[in-house]
Design a protein around this ligand. Sequence first.
Ligand code: NAD
Length: 288
Amino acid sequence: MDINDVKLNTIGVVGAGTMGNGIAQVFATSGFAVTLVDISQQALDRGVVSIGSSLDRMIKKEIINDDDKSAALSSISCSTSIAALASAEFVVEAVTENPEVKFSIFREVDNVCPENTILASNTSSISLTRLAAQTSRPEKVIGMHFMNPVPVMKLVEVIRALQTAGQTCDTTVQLTQALGKTPVLANDSPGFVSNRILIPMINEAIFALHEGVATPESIDEIMKLGMNHPLGPLALADLIGLDVVLSVLRVLQNGMGDPKFRPCPLLVQMVDAKRLGRKTGVGFYQYD
Ligand code: NAD
């Protein structure tokens, strides 16, 4: 496919967790070949199962048919080696929200991929400028922040690092549109726009629970009915993953130096107890 005069056929996705498998799915259903990489074979297996179930839901809603599902699944190849990205023309990284892990992935991907390949990160909060500085192509590094669940949510927050070239930005915007999504631009800053506003709200909801102001159900109901939010903040935290929420708060706290971003002690405890929300079966609520 020609995007902004750049040939993009093969897309690399690094990380097959909550976000990576959704990102792989939307590229595959939009006609791209996808190479999905994760250090864990189990995560890749789980990712493919989850893509299959998500495509089944789309068949039920008559958005796609059985042939579309087969075509999408057969255009995704999986690997536990970054070397599999040697022919990727655009890469989206979606690994654990940890700066050191992401820095090392960016150095590896930079070594393996062709020199023209754009390297995008789905990070929720980590500095794109610092990620770009890990590579020999900082002008080709950009933030491509998909929302959860990826196949459903229209927004992609596109974040320019200090070094990002205009052409990289244009290609990423057009690629986002080719996925049927809406790109909105932001500059690099802790938490960008979405998580600078959303994550402190979730943290405040956890403080309200911690201080016994109301039950989880009441907090969520008040925010749903009162503010017209489709999901209450505690249910949303469970969907995002409490470890991701805590990591973003730490980036906001360190990056902004303002105590208003201090994580609620209950959030820290829940992450220590591995009550991470949907992905571990228990968070503020229980999941089957
Ligand atoms: P997750 O924990 O569900 O998945 C992370 C995956 O990365 C795991 O499968 C893990 O095996 C893999 N991984 C870890 N180290 C790796 C390495 N060195 N090489 C290859 N794979 C590796 O996390 P997630 O929720 O999918 O988050 C991924 C990224 O997306 C994070 O940067 C997060 O901040 C961002 N994000 C998350 C959400 C959300 O709602 N969860 C929304 C937007 C953005």
